[in-house]
Design a protein around this ligand. Structure first.
Ligand code: TTP
Length: 199
């Protein structure tokens, strides 16, 4: 049987993917997936646009996951990547608290884009989607930023915030996909899973 594999160490992606299993039409076969963390080099290449970058990383995670899982075993592997884009700048996860403060100050009172790419591969065919969401932040004071960093929440998240957590306090408006901002766009991932006949 074809096994679905989530190539991600993100607990949010695990939760969102589980959520998709509840809409499975064939109730006789349960929706199950294995999880493995595919470690890839996430550095940006010169001349690469933000859109190209995030899609390449999602595909590389899926392909690295497939290689780790064992190319001989029948598997469909899902990889995903999320970045925050502010003007010309691509913001990934903060390197430390000072960098988190810099990132949050740059998002204060402005609109940025969250780009999430998701890729599915079975080794023969790789399909993917890119979802871009606009997020408007309220003005943040220095005290807001310091208090937020002290919670520890920003450190493992692109753009140094989590919309699903305390970071939601700073989100004035969102135009696009909420689940994509959290890390896995539900509608688009469901479409990909249907295309690969997993759902
Ligand atoms: C903007 C934003 C990002 N994030 C998270 C989603 C991603 O997990 C993370 C961006 O880092 P990613 O490199 O996309 O993912 P990851 O390292 O957490 O997991 P993996 O590569 O193993 O799949 O930021 C939120 O949880 N909430 C938010 O509002």
């Amino acid at each position: 049987m074809m096994k679905l594999v989530l190539a991600s160490g993100s607990p949010r992606r695990k939760e969102l993917l589980s959520q998709l299993g509840f809409l499975k039409t064939d109730k006789d076969t349960p929706f199950e997936f294995d999880i493995l963390a595919a470690d890839i080099d996430e550095s940006h290449q010169q001349g690469e646009s933000a859109e190209e970058f995030v899609q390449r990383l999602a595909q590389e995670k899926a392909l690295a996951g497939l290689a780790l899982y064992g190319n001989d075993k029948q598997a469909i592997v899902l990889g995903s990547d999320t970045i925050v884009v502010q003007g010309e700048t691509i913001l990934g996860k903060p390197t430390d608290a000072a960098n988190a403060a810099e990132i949050l100050a740059s998002l204060s009172g402005k609109r940025h884009q969250v780009m999430t790419a998701v890729a599915l591969t079975d080794g023969t065919k790789t399909i993917s989607r890119l979802v871009i969401t606009q997020v408007q932040f309220c003005e943040l004071t220095e005290a807001d930023i310091l208090a937020y960093i002290a919670t520890g929440e920003p450190m493992d998240k692109a753009g140094a915030y989590g919309i699903q957590g305390l970071g939601g306090n700073f989100v004035e408006a969102i135009d696009g996909s909420y689940s994509a901002v959290v890390g896995l766009p539900l509608v688009e991932t469901r479409a990909l899973l249907c295309e690969m006949q997993v759902l």
